[in-house]
Design a protein around this ligand. Structure first.
Ligand SMILES: [Fe+2]
Ligand SMILES: [Fe+2]
Length: 201
């Protein structure tokens, strides 16, 4: 008789659970560090006459998988939880409104950035001046956003969220990372970006 732990859905969940740090706020902080790294890659790609194709593909993978998932973790988990637990004196709601608006702008930028990187990953060569401006503008937008989340949102969340809030937040993050159980079809734009620009795996 098969043990429960041998079923694929359970192994997918276990693998996903290993991928999320025990404290989900630490996990957000780690992902913010990675996002800063990717912003540096984007600036390097935009400035290069011959961008490194491996770096371009690495950035594309991040922008099509990890970043959309991170936005969902915040919009559906961290931000609502913090709104619920914050005190009036925290005055966090306006900040969270601005961060939600930032996410909408990120989503607007993202298609053009992915298209530009996909074009050079597929064909080689450099970004056009217009593409480079879009890519560096996106990186600057993301850096400004990260500063607010690191300086205001995460420290307040560490004070206000309860152990139960953190458990629920982490559980949702694990489910979002388990492909067999992920019902959030908007979580990944293209989890199988294959480097030839057509995303067909
Ligand atoms: Fe974030
Ligand atoms: Fe964010």
């Amino acid at each position: 008789m098969a043990r429960a732990g041998t079923y694929p859905v359970h192994s997918a969940l276990a693998t996903a659970a290993e991928g999320v740090l025990p404290d989900p706020l630490d996990h957000f902080a780690e992902e913010h560090l990675r996002q800063r790294e990717v912003c540096g890659m984007l600036d390097t790609i935009a400035a290069a006459a011959r961008p490194d194709r491996a770096v371009t593909i690495e950035a594309l993978r991040h922008l099509t998988t990890a970043l959309p998932r991170h936005l969902h973790d915040e919009e559906q988990g961290l931000f609502p939880s913090l709104r619920h637990r914050s005190e009036p004196d925290d005055e966090i709601n306006d900040t969270l409104d601005r961060l939600d608006a930032d996410h909408a702008k990120t989503a607007q930028f993202l298609d053009a950035v992915i298209a530009a990187l996909g074009r050079i990953a597929g064909s080689g060569g450099a970004l056009t001046a217009e593409e480079a401006e879009t890519v560096t503008g996106f990186a600057a937008h993301e850096r400004r956003h990260l500063i607010v989340e690191n300086a205001i949102v995460l420290p307040l969340a560490r004070v206000r969220l309860t152990a139960g809030d953190l458990d629920a937040l982490r559980q949702a993050m694990v489910l979002r990372r388990a492909p067999d159980t992920n019902t959030d079809s908007t979580g990944d734009r293209d989890a199988n970006w294959d480097g030839d620009g057509d995303g067909d795996g």
